[in-house]
Write a protein that binds this ligand. Structure first.
Ligand SMILES: [Zn+2]
Length: 117
């Protein structure tokens, strides 16, 4: 592999950190911020596990001219649910930085965990 992880890292923005946790925003390569992934890496309350969690901020573009409100209403009326998909694209450099960020944070929190025992 010719690509090496970077610091600071393309596509990876640290949004929070303290001793027991850190949060990052992972940018979609298409530059639409609605596609970004939020990630938390944290030591759990009993300081036994390190958890990595992800979430996206999703919304329904109700008044967007390309959003078909009537199909959505019909789907809700006939099935009781409306399903949306979320896609995030990472180029190879960002994917490597993303993986390395998880590895670095897990290693850091393993050291924090050891120091508390
Ligand atoms: Zn995107």
């Amino acid at each position: 592999m010719n690509i090496k992880s970077e610091f600071p890292a393309t596509g990876i923005m640290k949004t929070f950190d303290n001793e027991d946790s850190a949060a990052y925003r992972i940018a979609c390569d298409c530059h639409t911020s609605d596609h970004d992934i939020n990630m938390w890496v944290e030591l759990d309350r009993d300081e036994y596990n390190i958890n990595v969690s992800f979430y996206v901020e999703s919304y329904t573009p109700w008044w967007d001219k390309y959003f078909n409100r009537f199909n959505v209403i019909w789907k809700l009326l006939t099935t009781g649910y409306f399903q949306r998909e979320h896609h995030t694209i990472l180029n190879s450099q960002t994917a490597l930085n993303f993986a390395n960020t998880i590895i670095s944070e897990v290693e850091r929190l393993e050291n924090v965990k050891k120091s508390k025992k």
